[in-house]
Each structure stands twice: as C-alpha cells, then as structure tokens.
Design a protein around this ligand. Structure first.
Ligand SMILES: Nc1ncnc2c1ncn2[C@@H]1O[C@H](COP(=O)(O)OP(=O)(O)OP(=O)(O)O)[C@@H](O)[C@H]1O
Ligand SMILES: [Mg+2]
Length: 301
C-alpha cells in the first residue's frame, strides 16, 4: 500500500505567528491517522492546507497523487471534509441539508437519509439546522462529510461538542468507516481519543510535529512511572516507603495514597503479600506523559 497523503516541509505564517512551521508526514492508504495537540498548535491550519482550503507559504502536499492547491476538482468527490467551525445552508432542515450535500456529489437522497440515521439524527430530520444543539450540529456536519462515500475523510475535532454517549457512537462509526477501507485523518485535543482510534498519531505543538508513531509505541518509548493507588488509610506513607523502591515517590492526598514507581511488579507483589489491595488502581503512562516528556509542560487541552 502506498502513501495516500504526503506532506513535506509545510509552512504557513500569519504575521509573526508561525502557525505551521516545517511540518512533514505521510499517511498510508487505509490508515487512521491523528494529529494531536493543544489549542493553537497548528492542527486546523495543517489540515486545511492538506484539504486544499488554504494556501501554504511553502512546502508540498500530495493527496491521492494530486496537488490540492489551487483548488483541485479531481479531489472533491474523493475526500470528505468536516470543518472545525460548522456552517450550514440557511433555514434548511437537517434532512434538507444532507440531501443538498448529497445532490452536489450526485449521491442519491436515500443514501443521505441513511447517513442521517447512522449519526442518530433521524428524529431531528425535520428540525432546522440552526435549532440543533451543538452536538447534534456536529453530528450533522460529520454526516455531510461522509455522505458521498469518500476515500479519505478529514475530521477537525469531530468529538468536540459531543456528550460521552455520542462520542462513543462516533468512535464506533469512525472505526467502521476505517475498517471498510477508508483513510481517516482527524485532529483532536483528546489523548484518549487518539489512543483509542489512531494507528498513528503526530503530536503537534507550536506549529511543529514533535513526534509521531503508534500511540502504544510512543508510550512504551518513555521511561515513565506507573502510578499505583490505594485507598487512604489502607497503608501509612511510612509503611508504603518500606515496601517501595528507594526512588519511588509516595503521596497521600487524603483520598488515595499513590506510589509512583518504575518497578510496579515489586510494589504490587509486596502489596499483595500483605493483602493491602483495597481500592487498588494501576495507571501506566499515557500520551499525556509523552507530551509532558516532549514539551516539559503538562498537557492541558
Ligand atoms: N486566519 C488566521 N489569521 C491569523 N492567525 C491565525 C489564523 N488562523 C490561525 N491562526 C493562528 O495560527 C495558530 C494555529 O492555529 P490553528 O487554528 O491551526 O490551531 P489548532 O491547533 O487548530 O488549535 P485549536 O485546537 O484551538 O483548534 C494560532 O496561533 C492561531 O491564532
Ligand atoms: Mg483547530
């Protein structure tokens, strides 16, 4: 399988702000690729250049063997785009919106109605788009991006306004799409979303990609601690220090006593032998630790 998207040394500045500052990456056909980063990292600017909606200052982009800029009509039917800022045609209902999108692509109205059902908006079909809630509007814009069955789907923070249930449903939908052979590229603030969905993520900050790879590989590459927590009162700090390794850090916040350790097996064995497992929780490193390690800053989306 070849690369479907090839981005090379992309740059875009607005005045003094280097929104995209030398970004290179490629996405394979059928891959689920995520761009992860905090506000202002340059995710949307990067994505919009790749989608052909924005012109780069320099660098090259190839999508399905084509240059997206200047506006390339060959790509329009093959890519689906969901923008971060949702906008719809005025005064149309949800059904009319998606049918309008479908007709632009020569897709049958029936497919449009099915897609509306897929994102759980059947019962809102007759509601004007401006009367949908934030999450419902978000789902409608995702449905509109998918209605013509594109080869590549670009989604800019698709789960931003969704409640937890709708978010899970969206994850299932995106997984199904990807399993059906679609290439999916999304941006997200959510580390758990990237970990759960993406084959590969690029961690972006201040216009640059700091690292990319499969989430599990990025996490495993860290020399990070495992946090083992017990209910406060199960064991004293002094006692915990006895059974932990010398470098471990112990903290009791009145609710949980947490041992941050690089030798979790040793600590867990000692706790189990003493039957001190009340409220036990074990947390390994996550992509948040990867971000912290790369930037020296806590990840705050
Ligand atoms: N049209 C514009 N004019 C001026 N500055 C812009 C414009 N678009 C983006 N920027 C700036 O470029 C930087 C990157 O913005 P971008 O929207 O790409 O970030 P992002 O990672 O998508 O952030 P968010 O998570 O908030 O959506 C920011 O500092 C932003 O203020
Ligand atoms: Mg953005």
């Amino acid at each position: 399988m070849g690369s479907t998207i090839i981005v090379n040394d992309l740059r875009k500045h607005y005045g003094q702000v280097h929104a995209v500052d030398g970004v290179s990456f490629s996405v394979e056909e059928g891959e689920f690729f995520g761009i992860l980063g905090p506000n202002g990292a340059g995710k949307t600017t990067t994505l919009e250049i790749v989608e052909g909606l924005r012109q780069a200052d320099s660098g090259t982009v190839e999508v399905l063997g084509e240059r997206p800029w200047p506006r390339n009509h060959k790509l329009l039917t093959r890519i689906g785009v969901q923008l971060q800022a949702t906008s719809f045609f005025e005064r149309l209902t949800a059904r009319e919106q998606i049918r309008t999108f479908a007709s632009l692509y020569g897709t049958a109205p029936k497919k449009a109605d099915e897609m509306l059902a897929t994102v759980g908006l059947e019962d809102k079909a007759d509601t004007p788009a401006e009367k949908l809630s934030g999450g419902q509007a978000q789902r409608l814009s995702i449905a509109c991006a998918l209605v013509h069955d594109p080869d590549i789907v670009f989604l800019d923070e698709p789960s931003a306004a969704l409640d937890p249930q709708a978010r899970r449903n969206l994850w299932d939908l995106l997984r199904r799409l990807n399993e059906g052979g679609r290439t999916v590229v999304l941006t997200t603030h959510y580390m758990d979303e990237a970990e759960s969905l993406c084959d590969r993520v690029a961690i972006m900050d201040q216009g640059r990609i700091l690292e990319s790879g499969p989430p599990a590989a990025l996490v495993r590459g860290l020399d990070a601690v495992t946090r083992i927590s017990l209910e406060t009162g199960t064991i004293s700090v002094a006692k915990a220090a006895e059974l932990a390794s010398p470098d471990d850090v112990i903290d009791d916040d009145g609710v949980s006593l947490t041992i941050a350790t690089r030798t979790p097996a040793v600590v867990l064995t000692a706790l189990a032998e003493r039957r001190l497992l009340t409220g036990l929780q074990v947390r390994g490193a996550t992509l948040e630790d990867v971000f912290l390690n790369l930037t020296g800053r806590e990840y705050r989306a």
